[in-house]
Design a protein around this ligand. Structure first.
Ligand code: GLP
Length: 244
């Protein structure tokens, strides 16, 4: 389902409704929410916070799993995605920090990080994600599944593309400080979520969105896997939808 809103604010509202409706489909136990970093979901998180304030949502007992984390940064590092989510999500919507799960890309060896990645993937499978929130990279990545990612991949170490490192350099002291690798949920892991809610706003996302939604299913555009999902909601503003 592709929803096109007049602007980013309206897109955030539609996305929040899609997330809350998806969470409401769970009939027993606590909700499990898949969460994303990036600037795009911030409007959605603000809308979820409004729903909490209005008594329409409560994330106190919600379990969350993040899409990705940088390799080499501890979860306490200010630029880690864990800390980003603590500040930009947990504190905003009242999700408990101890209920936020993030991949662990910190370890003494590659083997250790691989083991941690496999454990993370197994924890996601055991919990079962109700709704996975997604942004999209300008190169069509979701999470940190860069072009060329296996369509059935599970949580693993991925090298970041030059474009992605450039795009994310603004959060670090220059390009040299940006980690070269990440641990990211795989495309297969993401597809296991019961509902996907992908949000994209702005003209710089128009090409990636057109390729993902109307191009062939291809590892060259990892976001094209949304075509495989039985309950994928894609929420766009007019600028991001311009190439459709
Ligand atoms: C990062 C994240 C992605 C996110 C992307 C786009 O690379 N790993 O999950 O979708 O950035 O970010 P933004 O929403 O800021 O454009």
């Amino acid at each position: 389902e592709v929803l096109i809103a007049a602007n980013a604010e309206e897109a955030a509202k539609l996305a929040a409704t899609a997330v809350l409706d998806g969470l409401a489909m769970r009939t027993s136990g606590n909700n499990v929410l898949g969460v994303a970093t990036g600037s795009t979901p911030l409007g959605l998180y603000a809308e979820l916070a409004k729903a909490v304030a209005n008594g329409k949502a409560d994330f106190t007992n919600t379990l969350a799993f993040a899409l990705d984390e940088y390799v080499g940064l501890e979860g306490t590092h200010e630029q880690s995605y864990r800390q980003t989510l603590v500040h930009e999500l947990c504190k905003i919507i009242g999700l408990r920090e101890e209920n936020l799960n993030t991949p662990d890309g910190f370890g003494d060896s590659e083997a250790q990080i691989r083991t941690q990645s496999a454990h993370y993937d197994a924890a996601i499978t055991a919990a079962g994600v109700d709704v996975q929130i997604l942004g999209i990279g300008a190169n069509g990545h979701i999470g940190f599944n860069e072009p060329g990612s296996s369509l059935r991949s599970r949580t693993r170490i991925k090298r970041l593309s030059a474009k992605t490192r450039q795009d994310n350099a603004r959060f670090f002291d220059g390009i040299d400080s940006v980690p070269t690798h990440s641990v990211t949920q795989g495309l297969g892991t993401i597809l296991d979520a019961r509902r996907l809610v992908l949000v994209a706003t702005g003209a710089h996302k128009a090409e990636a969105i057109a390729t993902a939604l109307e191009g062939p299913l291809s590892s060259a555009c990892p976001a094209s896997v949304v075509q495989l999902h039985p309950d994928a909601v894609v929420v766009l503003d007019e600028a991001a939808a311009a190439g459709l």
